[in-house]
Design a protein around this ligand. Structure first.
Ligand SMILES: Nc1ncnc2c1ncn2[C@@H]1O[C@H](COP(=O)(O)OP(=O)(O)OP(=O)(O)O)[C@@H](O)[C@H]1O
Ligand SMILES: [Ca+2]
Length: 903
């Protein structure tokens, strides 16, 4: 493959790559090329090996305690116990690896879903395909905010600027051209090439793919792409710390129990026997095993991963795992207006030129409407200023009107604002193709949301004619003249205020208003500076378009307010338009709750912090304003979600606690910086993601409380029996089994709980509140005490009713412990309502988990009786147990009732 593409003129490059300058490759050719070149993907570094994953599992402090416990058991000759512990450790490690890799796969699949697409021309049509499907010879269109998807030779450029820091280390963007270069030039100076993974910061261009995947310059240097580091969420970190503390505490208790046991034995017999020491050692060890919630980290990982998959099905793709938890704490959602709160389905309904307001009929992008003046159809021949206005909006336009080949439905490619303008012009018979042939575009200053306008310059006979369109309040100030009766007249103060009044009126009807201006040049200006080119203009007129609110947005705003979340609208649009829509949606109730970017600029930091407390609409904001707003909100201790689509929004998204990128209109760069991508660009989707985030966290909290109350009860049973001087109620192997059986399955099922009915009626979770909060602590204390009491009661009953037979008594304790914990899992299903409210058996995973666990217990006391050292029980014994086991569940339910009633 040659590499001197930059030496060749565009035509020759296209020819050598067997492509076509305008139609690109055919589908057939592309498929063949894909076969021989493979996917356009950089190879990733080999993933962690299975062995190192296994080692990773054994690094855990708690697992180390277990391994020591197994060794000690073996040393004591308790081979069954030693093997049992080892089996549990290995099972746990395998489970951990399986679940982790499942979670990893789920994450990778999600990443794939938000992987970038590229605009290519194939078979003469512009289509969007995944960047990995690009092949040499493909014609690619790139624009500001895109990552260059492969190595390109630039064929046509409109002010393209590319930042190549990832390749050359140079962070100042390079201006590109299509002209061939002479000789062998260094990478950084190949100004007619755009390289994979570099970033378009301005303008747009058409290029042809000359190299893909590992053949690209970045592929050659980087060789292997680092896979992302494993991300640990704040919750997982806290849990890690917590389990260390738990481990230390547990070692302490075990030591205490050991010496207490020895002391008891000594008191009873007056001396200490070997078997006594051995039993105490084994008890201490199994206590350690019992107190450790082994399954916890794995269950947390899998619940987070499953939650992310659920969210992806509802159009929110989480890119950073921490977002799942943070979503539940969100107190403010700052949202764009256009497309997020509104439908982004623009239709021009008003036009203003030469002092007259015209009405446009018709809907959507179908150009079969009419332009009327005072309910008569306007004749372009007579309304020349209107004609110029419509020509201007058709020329100064990068969108395309399209018609679906099967359904005949009209649609657009590109920006809906511009699509609406094309439709409006077409209603007067002005088609983009026709007018562009007549006045070809020779130069342009692309739109950016900072300037809020764009300019194109066209050949106009011997001369050049520039059209500028943009936000009226800004564009009018760049105008010195106005078009009226087909004449250029000076723009006086009275006219300006008249224009502003019209703008205000149209915007007040929730219309998005654009102004259009022109300027004639005798020679093509060389400057690309806005101050020079977009100045001293001749105003032609205004157009107003509707963009109806999304129907689901109103409901979502209500849900937010109930959930203690404040929705804030941040828009580049005019204040009057923004207010009208925000009032309609219920984001504000009074026009005073809004402010413009300009007003914001006047405020000091403390003033702004004060202002954001009651301002919920920010209009005509710049990307810098967005950053300032996030900072001010965070200074007020708010947890902020911020949406964005443009390249300039990236800093604000990074600043926010959760940056949300738009999936449809979002640029590659915003998506890369975002913590979450909303694939349907819909505000309501963000709100449902918050709901999902809250549910996931609530479920994690539930199973942590459940696991802890089980473990605590086991510790208490042993500990209190020791204090009372009783024989040990549960053997190590029994404890191990109880722990294994009751832990993981019901806990996982708790992680699958559906949302509770009040989940969006509570205030956002305080992120500084511990996972085990006060209500959790109360429930853990209550349940574990109740379980302890019934287990000790069952043990005592079994002991005295069966002639002091210790192994029958332990059988009683064992079965009662398992059953009461399984029943408590049902109580844990609802944090503060009675579980009967949601329906006792409404979680089918829980029913399955409990049935399975119960079966495993039957196996332990049946076929495995010899290993578990249990005794067969009579029907009467079983009835006693059946009477005792539900008590902790009832205590927990009554406890919830009392604890949460008084609140
Ligand atoms: N293609 C365009 N050409 C010229 N001017 C435009 C174009 N698109 C938008 N504008 C003007 O620039 C302003 C800001 O646009 P921008 O895209 O930054 O925000 P927006 O889409 O109006 O609102 P939001 O930030 O809520 O999405 C618009 O209100 C409009 O006046
Ligand atoms: Ca926008």
């Amino acid at each position: 493959m040659r590499h001197d593409w930059f030496n060749l003129p565009p035509g020759q490059v296209v020819q050598e790559l067997k492509s076509d300058q305008t139609a690109g490759l055919s589908t057939q050719q592309a498929a063949e090329q894909l076969n021989s070149h493979g996917y356009n993907e950089l190879q990733e570094k080999a993933r962690e090996s299975l062995f190192s994953k296994l080692i990773g599992q054994f690094k855990d402090f708690l697992v180390l305690i277990l391994i020591v416990a197994s060794l000690v058991s073996a040393f004591l000759g308790e081979i069954v116990d030693s093997v049992a512990i080892l089996v549990i450790v290995i099972l746990n490690a395998v489970l951990g690896i399986v679940q982790e890799s499942k979670a990893e796969k789920a994450l990778a699949a999600l990443k794939q879903m938000s992987a970038p697409n590229s605009k290519v021309i194939r078979d003469g049509k512009t289509i969007s395909i995944p960047a990995r499907d690009l092949v040499p010879g493909d014609l690619v269109l790139v624009e500001a905010g895109d990552r260059i998807p492969a190595d390109l030779r630039i064929l046509e450029t409109f002010s393209l600027k590319v930042e190549e820091a990832s390749l050359t280390g140079e962070s100042v963007p390079v201006e590109k051209s299509s002209l061939p270069l002479n000789g062998d030039v260094a990478l950084a100076d190949r100004t007619n090439m755009a390289f994979m993974s570099t970033l378009v910061t301005y303008g747009r261009a058409k290029g042809i793919v000359v190299a893909t995947a590992m053949q690209t310059e970045i592929g050659k240097i980087a060789n292997l792409l680092q896979t992302g580091e494993k991300e640990i969420t704040p919750l997982q970190r806290k849990l890690g710390e917590f389990s260390k503390t738990l481990g230390v505490a547990c070692l302490g208790v075990c030591t205490l129990v050991f010496f207490l046991g020895i002391y008891n034995a000594f008191k009873a017999a007056g001396s200490i026997s070997g078997p006594d020491v051995q039993l105490m050692l084994m008890t201490a060890i199994s206590l350690a095993v019992a107190a450790i919630p082994e399954g916890l980290p794995a269950v947390v990982t899998i619940v987070l991963a499953l939650g992310m998959q659920r969210m992806a099905r509802k159009n929110s793709i989480v890119r950073k795992l921490h977002a799942v938890e943070t979503l539940g704490s969100i107190t403010v959602i700052c949202s764009d207006k256009t497309g997020t709160l509104t439908q982004n389905q623009m239709t021009v309904t008003k036009a203003y030129a030469n002092g007259k307001v015209y009405d446009l009929s018709g809907e959507g992008y179908d150009p079969s409407g009419e332009i009327r003046l005072n309910s008569h159809q306007a004749e372009l021949g007579r309304e020349q200023d209107l004609a110029l206005l419509l020509q201007g909006i058709a020329l100064c336009n990068d969108a395309k009107l399209t018609r679906h080949s099967d359904t005949n439905a009209w649609g657009i490619i590109g920006d809906p604002t511009e699509g609406a303008l094309l439709t409006a012009a077409a209603k007067a018979g002005i088609t983009q193709e026709g007018i562009t042939l007549q006045f070809p575009r020779v130069k342009e200053l692309p739109f950016d949301s900072g300037r809020k306008m764009m300019t194109t310059i066209h050949s106009f006979g011997q001369d050049y004619l520039a059209f500028t369109k943009g936000a009226p309040d800004i564009l009018i100030s760049r105008c010195t003249k106005i078009m009226a009766e087909n004449q250029i007249r000076p723009l006086d103060a009275e006219m300006i205020s008249q224009l502003q009044q019209i703008n205000h009126d149209l915007a007040g009807q929730a219309l998005r208003v654009l102004a259009v201006a022109c300027r004639q040049y005798a020679q093509l200006p060389v400057s690309t500076d806005s101050e020079q080119l977009e100045n001293d203009l001749v105003l032609i007129g205004l157009v107003g378009m509707i963009d109806p609110p999304r129907s689901e947005a109103r409901e979502a705003v209500k849900v937010c307010v109930n959930a203690g979340i404040r929705p804030i609208m941040i828009t580049g649009d005019h204040q009057d338009t923004a207010q009208a829509i925000a009032l309609d949606l219920g984001i504000i109730t009074d026009k005073n709750q809004s402010m413009t970017g300009k007003q914001l600029d006047q405020l000091s930091k403390p003033e702004l912090s004060e202002a954001v407390k009651h301002t919920s609409v920010f209009a005509r904001v710049s990307p810098e304003n967005k950053v300032a707003i996030v900072e001010a909100l965070k200074a007020n201790n708010q947890i902020v979600a911020m949406t964005g689509d443009g390249i300039n929004d990236a800093p604000a998204l990074k600043k926010a606690d959760i940056g949300v990128a738009m999936g449809i209109t979002g640029t590659d760069v915003t998506k890369e910086t975002a913590d979450m991508v909303v694939t349907d660009d819909n505000f309501a989707t963000i709100v449902s993601a918050v709901e999902e985030g809250r549910t996931i966290f609530a479920n994690i909290r539930k199973f942590i409380a459940f696991l802890l109350s089980c473990n605590l009860s086991e510790v208490l049973v042993i500990f209190i029996a020791m204090l009372l001087g009783w024989p040990i109620p549960l053997l190590p192997i029994q404890l191990l089994w109880v722990n294994l059986v009751t832990d993981a399955f019901p806990a996982l099922a708790l992680g699958m709980e559906k949302k509770e009915s009040d989940i969006m009626k509570l205030p956002p979770r305080d992120p500084s509140e511990p996972i085990v909060n006060k209500p959790s602590l109360f429930m853990i204390g209550l349940q574990s005490l109740a379980i302890t009491v019934v287990v000790l009661g069952a043990f005592a009953y079994g002991y005295f009713s069966h002639n002091d037979d210790i192994s029958t008594a332990r059988t009683f304790a064992f079965i009662t412990l398992v059953n009461s914990q399984l029943l408590c899992a049902y109580a844990a299903r609802s944090a503060h309502f009675s579980v009967f409210k949601a329906g006792l058996f409404s979680n089918k995973y829980m029913n399955m988990a409990v049935a399975f666990s119960f079966l495993l217990m039957l196996i332990a006391i049946g076929p495995l009786e010899a290993i578990f050292k249990t005794q067969p029980l009579s029907v009467q014994d079983w009835l006693i147990i059946a009477g005792l086991s539900p008590l902790p569940f009832l205590v927990a339910e009554i406890g919830k009732l009392i604890y949460f009633k008084q609140k």
